[in-house]
Write a new protein. Structure first.
Length: 131
């Protein structure tokens, strides 16, 4: 429901529809569905520019990582990267995109280019800790 509401541009309703769902699904033992629900909640929160979006993205990523779902992890990290980029946090954006790209094999010319680009020394320097 939250995904449909979000696509219809009803952002606040999407957040309300998604709120609480991950916890309920997780208690019922559906870890994969809970990870997806965290991702859906994060997307709705991100669309509303809510501060809770990053936390929800991280919860989804942690679950996907633990479950070994590389595709789900890649999608969540890509969306988290985009959120960081929009807020001007370049280091975090690049780090999330590196994990997203590394989670799945490179597909097509665009995928291989992105894999190559994220291995450039300039990107590594950007991500290195500042002195």
């Amino acid at each position: 429901l939250s995904v449909a509401l979000l696509r219809a541009g009803r952002r606040r309703e999407a957040v309300a529809a998604a709120a609480g769902t991950p916890e309920v699904v997780l208690q019922a033992g559906g870890e994969m569905r809970a990870a997806q629900a965290w991702g859906n909640l994060a997307s709705a929160q991100d669309a509303c520019h809510s501060r809770g979006a990053a936390d929800s993205y991280h919860k989804a990523a942690d679950l996907f990582r633990r479950l070994g779902d590389r595709e789900g992890l890649a999608l969540v990290q890509r969306d988290l990267s985009a959120m960081h980029l929009r807020s001007g946090r370049l280091r975090e954006a690049v780090a999330c995109m590196q994990e997203a790209v590394g989670a799945v094999p490179a597909r097509g010319v665009r995928g291989r280019f992105l894999h190559w680009l994220l291995r450039l020394p300039a990107i590594r320097i950007l991500l290195s800790p500042r002195q």
